[in-house]
Design a binder for this molecule. Structure first.
Ligand SMILES: [Zn+2]
Length: 76
């Protein structure tokens, strides 16, 4: 995976993550430092999000992190 861009504005931080296996796919990982939640717009995470009761997964809730979120948190 490759991080194409990284932005930080106030409590929000986001990354564009490109998949190595399918380079045409770029997913946006967003972190809310105040709420301590993370979000990704990939289909895997959208599915998990429907199971959760809020807009993202908690930072410490690694069971509900998709591979993009895990990658970003490992690179941080
Ligand atoms: Zn993802």
């Amino acid at each position: 995976m490759v991080i194409l861009s990284h932005n930080k504005a106030g409590e929000f931080e986001d990354w564009d993550v490109q998949s190595q296996s399918s380079p045409d796919k770029v997913y946006l990982v967003t972190m809310d430092h105040d709420e301590k939640t993370v979000h990704c717009d990939c289909p895997d995470f959208q599915y998990r999000k429907n199971v959760l009761r809020f807009g993202g997964a908690k930072l410490e809730d690694t069971d509900n992190h998709c591979k993009h979120i895990k990658y970003v948190l490992n690179e941080k």
